[in-house]
Structures are given as structure tokens and as C-alpha cells.
Write a protein that binds this ligand. Structure first.
Ligand code: ANZ
Ligand code: ZN
Length: 821
């Protein structure tokens, strides 16, 4: 028999969906809404890769299942088309980014349509379109008006290859540029920042309320890095200056034997004595050239230089030499550290190297001697050599010392964070222009909202990066009039980082028809938060922190009711090929188009999802898809058989239906799929469907026992639960069953819990009327199954020796009588 004609069927249903606007979501009638968001893609390549397919398939299966379960499921799609990925691609091919982006988007959009996903394209968002970035600029202005955006000179990450500043979140743990892998440098530049640090505690607290993978929450907690401690004031000898050091171990205050400042610390120049100046200056300039990650690497040899100055320990009046060392970071704590070599391993090694003194002030609770073991004792213990604090535990001691300092105005309890403000300006062409004007008289003047968008000029001599923004050299863009005083002024030459664009796109999806607001108040009220967000864990400390921050910011100024963007987060797994992650650099990528062409979209969907658990991933194999094609053909044949043979089946409802094996498998399948699809366990869902198909083949093998109404109902339910996984095929099957409407308009079938138990019966087997043996089978088993069981029985075989079976008389669930001569 001919196989499943996927080409014709898939084309037909895609056209039908389009002509009937089947995927249209009425945002003004949210009903039982389910906002299913998948991370949109950078159209930096002209093609979708397997990873996109994996992601979009899983998302669509979930959304379709939710729709059938009565939710108003919204599954939008868009393109994150501004920023480095798209621009670097354009630079490489020497084409204008606007052109290459437009081409990529129209190509990729068609590819996504091939997936057969339930996307409402009316709600498409393209971050590089003026209709969108107008609102990104508006968002920037909100931040500016609320003092959450500011401009300052600061040490920043500089990528020497992308020729732009990067946020800390865009530097890998090896200190490389996330986009091009070049080693990131440190530069001091005037840049725009968003005060994400104001929300550090809110970002931590919110993690307790959202259903996100624990690993991602842990990464965010670590990235924010909240640390409770004490700020201690150390007066500098012979001057009015005070060094404030941040410590988490105030209990070790009596063990401080020197202080260390970050090379960038503002006091360095003022306190350095003339004889030390040359050495200190040389050290400062080499330290500044290194990235933070290099500076704090644990395995690195610690270096430093003495400034010639001394400070006083407020606890015991001892003089403390002041050093500078590059492992102390200017941006963490206060940029100054009290060194306690006896109880901090880094300080211990530093003391050995530079022959600095050491004082033991914490001993283990068991009184063991630790001063002779050749390393610092870093654990908590009991205070000693600490005057009136002796005998206090570290925990109590930290509190007591802090309170004692507070009473004298020499310190205070404080909290430090690892998180830094988000650097958002980029010296690149392909982004949203920063909507401010620099005026000699008025300073920084925001562009009035009515003048938005500040259009990115398409006609530009050279868009390529050169170290300063190419817009700065485009006079027609940069020359402006100050909105405040009317004098000639200049626009800001930088553009916004692509992560600003993607920090709020989920709000625009529900408001693409709104030309007055970035997002409509009623819509966000009805649709936010996102119910399930699907995307990669690699965004844990980048996009996913930014999106949470912007949501919290908008909440804080009263524009959003919610303060978290997504209730639940699902990370997709990784697809490997020959054991390695698929990547262009490894040359082991598979082009999805080829397979879709050869096997159809549904087959490809099923195959991908069958490869492994959605959140884990799987290993690609070219052959594996053939097995799925066979399964699809088996399904197809089952329905063709139904059409051909249904006339032969009995029309009566048999009393054995409720007990039949196929009924049990059917109910089990529905129950399992209900849970599996909700939990993104698509691979197990497909296995269950395969089992049901096997059971149906066994059942229909004997037309005489087939009950027509029951089989029809079973085929219908099968089609319904398979539909989210293979939408084109199941629409066709639904039609084959005689329906005129779409299978996606049906409500999800329920299951009968009572039918799930596999009940066994004992059947008497007679040979020529004489009881010969008994066999135990599943209740409702077909005659053929009982015959097979009986045929293997030794006693039956002996009785039948030398005889031929004439006929079998079968009473279901009771007797099999074999008549033999
Ligand atoms: C004295 C001390 C004694 C420390 C001791 C530790 C152990 P977390 O937990 O990560 O917050 N520190 C403070 N500011 C620093 C900076 N800007 N650059 C590098 N190191 C800095 O770490 C806090 C500890 O890291 C602080 O506590 C300080 O060293 C150091 F037995 O102070 B401690
Ligand atoms: Zn002005």
C-alpha cells in the first residue's frame, strides 16, 4: 500500500490554517489565557538550525496541547534582529545589516511556517523595526526619568575585535567576548548604565516565587552575589583620609596586619609617598589593562606594591602598611580589603611572598593548634588574641565587633553584591540610537517622546565598527537642535545593546497593534505574566536577569502589575551529533530543510522529539528518522483500513469493550499523554502512541471481533492526543473520520481510571470437550491470543499429537474448546 502522502497533506493544512486564520488569538478576550513564549532568534544566519527546530517544536506541541485543553494559548514569534550577531554577520559578508536582516527574516519566517506551528503572525515583533525600537527608546527614557539610567566614566569591558564595550554578562568565564571569543580588555570609558543593582534584593527575592530550573536560579543568585558583612573605617596616618574596607569576617579584625587597595582606588594617588610613586604608577597602569576575570583568577600568582603609607587598626591601634594589589577589585565592596593572613589563604600566600607579619586570632573550637600547619585557618572558630572579645564564636564575634564599631562610628553592618550596573551603550551601528541630545549649555537632554523614534540612518558611509560609534561620524544624524534651548547640539552617537531590545519584547507581542503605548495596560493586565518561557540555559545570567530587571523596574513605576516576567521556565536540551554538540565550527550541523523536504514536517517534529527528553536533548542520527516514518505510515494504514473495512465490523456495542486490552491501552495513553505533554516529556508521549498503534493492529487483526463504534471512538481519541505532536497528519486523520471541523477545536479527551487496571481471567481449555488445561490471559483477550497461549501448553500439545485441528469454539473470557480429529 502507498505510504502517507505527507507533501500533499501538509501543504493542504498549512493553506487551510492560513485561509481560516486558525492561529489567530483574540488578545482582547483572554479567557483562560496561556502565554507560551519561546526565545526569539537572532536572524544572524539565513537558516534555522536544528536547535531552533527543537525549541519551536517543543513549544508548539505544548501550546497546541494547552489549546486543546481549553486554554487560550498564545504562541507568538519574532526576531531579535538588532545587535552584534546580525551586524557581525553583515560585516563578514559586507552587506548592509538592514538588507541582510530583512532577507534573513523573510527566509527564516518561511522556514518557521514549515514547522506547522500555531503562530499568530499578526503579532510578530522585529526589534530592528522603527515601530519596535521607538518603544525601546521610550523604555530608555523611562529609565532616564526615574534616575535608573545614568552616564559615567568607569572601567568597562572592551572587545578589541567587535570594537565595542560589553556588559559583564557578555564576557565568558574565561574572560572572552561572548560573540567573537576575543580576550576582553579593560578600558575606562564614559558609558550609559542601568541601575540594575538597585534591584539586587528584589531579583533575589523573586527567585523564591518562580518555577524556574534550580540550576538557573542558583546561577542568578551567584551572579547577584549578595554578601553580608561589615564596612570598617581605618584612618590613614598623618592625613585626614579614611579607608573603608568591606569584610565578611569582622571577627578577624584583631588579626589585620596590612590593608590592600584596588589599584583604581581613589585614595591611591593621595596617600602614596613620593619614594614609592614610580613603582605604584607602573603597577597601576599594568593592572588597568587586565580584565577583572584575569585579575581574580584563583591560580594566578598574587602581586602588589607598598604605597609607603600606613593606617591604624581601630581595634588595637596597630599601624598597618597600605598596599595596592590587582586582585582587589575596584567595583566590589568598597575596593579596599583588610588583610588577615592567618585566616585568609590569599593573604597568607601574600604574607609569605612579601614577608608581611601574621597574627592568629581565631582558634578551632576543639582547641587544636593551627598556627604551625603552613596555611591559613579559614574556618569559623573561637576568637582569641582579641582582647575583650576573646572566647566569642565567629558568628557572635562578627556581630559583637560590628556593634562595637558602630557605637564608635568606626564602621557599620553592610551588604555587598557582585552584581554591577548594566552597561548598555555600544559603539556600534546596528542598534537603537540612544535618544538623548548633548547640549553644551543644558547637558544631557532627553529627546521628547513625541520625537521618537530617533531613526537609525540607513544611508551611512561606513557602518563598520571602528572603535567609536559610526553614527558619530555621520553628520546628518549627529547634528541636532537642543529640545531645551534650541541651540545646535549633538545626538548621542552610541546605540543600545541588543539585550535592551530583548528585555521587554514579551510585552510588545501582546500590543503590536498599539501605536500609542509600548504595551497596552489592559493587555498586560490580562496576559502577563508569561505562563511558560522556553529557551536556553545559556541566558541564565544575561537576558533572563535583564528581562526580570526591566519587568521589576516597570512594576516599580506603576506600569506593570506583575514583577516577574515568567512564572515557569523550561530549558531545552542539547542536540549532539557523533557525541559532540552540533555547531558550525565543528562542521557537524544538519540542515533541517533537507529532512523536512524528504520526510515532511510532522515526521521531522516527531523524530526530533523522540530523540530524547526535551530538557536533556539527544543524539541525531540520519537513520533514526526512518523508524518514525515507518510509524507514521503504520498510523496512516490503520486509518485507510478503517475506511476500507469499517463495513465489516459489528455495529453493536459489545459487553467486552470495557475489559478489552485495547481499551486499557487507550485510556492509559490518554492519561499519560495528558501529563507528558504538560511536562515536556514528548519522547515518552510518542512511545505511548506507538504502543497504542500496536494494540490497535492486534485488535483489528480479527475483523470479526472488532466493534465498530468502539474502534471509531478509539481512533478519534488517538487522533486528538497525537494532534499536538503531528498537527498536519492528525488534521487529515480527523477529516478521514468524517469530521468537517479542525481537530484542534476539539476538547481534550478524558480517561476512565477504572479501565486502567489490567484484569486477568482464567480460561478453561478443552480438547474435544475434555478439560485439558487452563491459561491466564488479560481480560477481553482476542481468540487468537488465547489460542496462542493454549498452543504452547504441554498438555494440549500432547492431546493434539497426531491430530488435525478442525475448528475452535471460543467463549470470550471463559472457554476455548479445540475440536480435533
Ligand atoms: C577580611 C577577611 C578575613 C576576609 C578572612 C575573608 C576572610 P565575599 O564573601 O565574596 O563577599 N574582599 C572584599 N572586597 C574585595 C574586593 N574589592 N576585591 C577582592 N576581595 C575583596 O568576600 C568578601 C571578602 O572578600 C572580604 O572579607 C574581603 O576579605 C574580600 F579571614 O576581609 B575578607
Ligand atoms: Zn541646550
Amino acid at each position: 500500500m502507498e505510504g502517507y502522502p505527507f507533501g500533499r497533506v501538509e501543504r493542504k493544512w498549512r493553506e487551510r490554517w492560513e485561509s481560516t486564520a486558525a492561529h489567530r488569538v483574540d488578545l482582547d478576550h483572554p479567557g483562560n489565557k496561556k502565554y507560551v513564549l519561546v526565545m526569539f532568534s537572532y536572524p544572524s544566519e539565513k537558516k534555522l538550525h536544528i536547535g531552533h527546530w527543537w525549541n519551536y517544536c517543543g513549544t508548539d506541541i505544548y501550546a497546541r496541547a494547552m489549546k486543546m485543553r481549553g486554554f487560550n494559548a498564545f504562541e507568538p514569534m519574532g526576531f531579535d534582529s538588532f545587535g552584534l550577531p546580525a551586524e557581525n554577520f553583515a560585516v563578514k559578508h559586507n552587506v548592509h545589516p538592514a538588507r541582510i536582516t530583512a532577507e534573513s527574516i523573510s527566509y527564516i519566517r518561511e522556514q518557521i511556517k514549515q514547522i506547522g506551528a500555531m503562530i499568530d503572525w499578526d503579532k510578530e515583533v522585529i526589534t530592528s523595526s522603527p515601530e519596535y525600537y521607538r518603544w525601546t527608546q521610550w523604555l530608555f527614557l523611562q529609565l532616564l526619568h526615574h534616575n535608573a539610567a545614568y552616564r559615567k566614566q568607569a572601567p568597562v569591558n572592551w572587545c578589541p575585535q567587535c570594537l565595542t564595550v560589553l556588559a559583564n554578562e557578555q564576557v565568558t568565564s574565561e574572560g572572552r567576548c561572548e560573540r567573537c571569543s576575543a580576550m576582553v580588555e579593560n578600558r575606562s570609558l564614559t558609558q550609559w548604565f542601568f541601575r540594575i543593582t538597585d534591584f539586587a534584593d528584589a531579583l533575589l527575592e523573586g527567585l523564591n516565587r518562580i518555577d524556574w530550573p534550580e540550576s538557573t536560579k542558583a546561577m542568578q543568585r551567584h551572579w547577584i552575589g549578595r554578601s553580608e558583612g561589615t564596612e570598617i573605617h581605618f584612618p590613614v596616618k598623618g592625613g585626614g583620609e579614611v579607608i573603608r574596607a568591606f569584610t565578611t569576617r569582622a571577627d578577624t579584625l584583631f588579626g589585620v596586619t596590612w590593608l590592600v587597595l584596588a589599584p583604581e582606588h581613589e585614595l591611591v594617588e593621595r596617600i602614596t609617598t613620593p619614594d614609592r610613586r614610580a613603582e605604584v604608577q607602573a603597577y597601576v597602569s599594568q593592572a588597568k589593562a587586565q580584565s577583572e576575570l584575569e585579575r581574580v583568577a584563583a591560580e594566578r600568582d598574587k602581586t602588589g606594591v607598598f604605597t609607603g603609607a600606613y593606617a591604624v587598626n581601630p581595634a588595637n591601634g596597630k599601624a598597618l602598611p597600605i598596599w595596592i594589589a590587582d586582585y582587589v577589585l575596584a567595583g566590589y565592596g568598597t575596593g579596599a580589603v583588610m588583610a588577615v593572613p592567618a585566616h585568609d589563604q590569599r593573604d597568607y600566600e601574600f604574607a609569605e611572598k612579601y614577608h608581611l607579619p601574621l597574627a592568629w586570632v581565631i582558634k578551632p573550637e576543639d582547641g587544636q593548634e593551627v598556627s604551625n600547619r603552613g596555611c591559613a585557618f579559614v574556618e569559623y572558630g573561637v576568637m582569641c588574641n582579641s582582647s575583650k572579645f576573646n572566647g566569642l564564636s565567629s558568628v557572635d564575634g562578627k556581630k559583637a565587633v560590628t556593634e562595637w564599631l558602630e557605637r564608635q562610628g568606626r564602621g557599620k553592618a553592610t551588604v555587598s553584591y557582585r552584581l554591577r550596573d548594566w552597561s548598555v551603550s555600544r559603539q556600534r551601528y546596528w542598534g537603537a540610537p540612544i535618544p538623548v541630545i548633548h547640549c553644551l549649555q543644558c547637558g544631557i537632554v532627553p529627546v521628547p517622546e513625541v520625537d521618537l523614534p530617533v531613526l537609525l540612518p540607513e544611508e551611512i558611509e561606513d557602518f563598520k565598527p571602528r572603535g567609536a560609534s559610526p553614527l558619530g561620524a555621520t553628520e546628518s544624524f549627529i547634528a541636532a537642535t537642543c529640545p531645551n534651548c534650541g541651540q545646535p547640539a549633538r545626538r548621542d552617537p552610541d546605540t543600545l545593546d541588543t539585550f535592551v531590545d530583548s528585555s521587554w519584547y514579551f510585552l510588545r507581542y501582546i500590543s503590536t497593534d498599539d501605536h500609542v503605548c509600548a504595551f497596552s495596560p489592559e493587555r498586560v493586565k490580562a496576559w502577563m505574566p508569561v505562563d511558560v518561557y522556553i529557551g536556553g540555559p545559556e541566558h541564565a545570567t544575561g537576558h533572563l536577569i535583564y528581562a526580570r530587571y526591566i519587568t521589576k523596574f516597570l512594576h516599580s513605576i506603576g506600569l506593570l502589575e506583575v514583577d516577574e516576567p515568567a512564572v515557569k521556565m523550561v530549558h531545552q536540551g542539547i542536540i549532539t551529533y557523533n557525541g559532540a554538540r552540533m555547531s558550525k565550527s565543528r562542521g557537524n550541523v544538519v540542515n533541517p530543510d533537507e529532512f523536512v523536504e524528504r520526510y515532511g514536517a510532522d515526521c521531522f517534529r516527531l523524530y526530533l522529539m523522540f530523540m530524547g527528553d526535551f530538557t536533556v536533548g539527544g543524539e541525531w542520527s540520519d537513520e533514526g528518522i526512518i523508524g518514525i516514518r515507518r510509524f507514521q505510515n503504520r498510523v496512516w494504514r490503520l486509518f485507510q483500513d478503517w475506511i476500507a473495512k469499517k463495513g465489516k465490523y459489528t455495529a453493536a456495542v459489545s459487553e467486552f469493550i470495557a475489559d478489552s486490552e485495547v481499551n486499557r491501552v487507550l485510556n492509559y495513553t490518554i492519561k499519560e499523554l495528558t501529563a507528558n505533554l504538560e511536562q515536556f516529556r514528548f519522547n515518552t508521549a510518542i512511545s505511548r502512541l506507538m504502543e497504542l498503534v500496536n494494540a490497535l493492529y492486534a485488535y483489528t487483526a480479527e475483523p470479526a471481533q472488532v466493534n465498530r463504534p468502539f474502534l471509531r471512538e478509539t481512533l478519534e481519541k488517538f487522533t486528538q492526543v497525537m494532534a499536538p505532536l503531528a498537527p498536519h497528519l492528525c488534521e487529515e486523520l480527523w477529516e478521514l473520520l468524517g469530521h468537517k471541523d479542525s481537530v484542534f477545536q476539539q476538547s481534550w479527551p478524558g480517561w476512565d481510571e477504572a479501565a486502567l487496571t489490567e484484569s486477568k481471567v482464567v480460561i478453561a481449555v478443552q480438547v474435544n470437550g475434555k478439560l485439558t488445561t487452563t491459561v491466564e490471559v488479560v481480560k477481553g483477550s482476542a481468540q487468537s491470543i488465547v489460542e496462542a497461549a493454549a498452543g504452547q501448553d504441554a498438555k494440549v500439545m500432547r492431546r493434539l499429537e497426531g491430530k488435525t485441528v478442525v475448528k475452535n469454539i471460543f467463549v470470550p473470557d471463559r472457554i476455548l474448546n479445540i475440536v480435533a480429529q
